[in-house]
Design a protein. Sequence first.
Length: 124
Amino acid sequence: MEPRSLVSGHAGSHRPDPQSTAGAGFAPCPILGVVSSQSPVVEHRSERILAYMVAGTVGLSIVAFFAVMIGTLVNANRPDWLQEGIWPFVVMLPWFGLPIGFLLLIALLIVNGVRRARESRGSA
């Protein structure tokens, strides 16, 4: 069986045939079992909560931004459409959501840094 070229764009999709590799010295990769079994899974609830808060706040702000853009396109002939219904809230959401998301991201970095410093001090 002839190896595929990396130029063809299919480098990751090629899998060797089991019959052709039986005597070629190929074996299952033992490092995958060793690496995954050595590191214990530790729950960091505060980091996970902060990460979801960042994602939710920034995601909702981006959705509101696109909603305003689409609303402007649809209601181009009505100058007062932004002043009725839920639109004032949707317009102001990115103004407050993006800075709050940025502050939450900084808080996440600080919490993560403090945790890693404690872990490295504890293991030294």
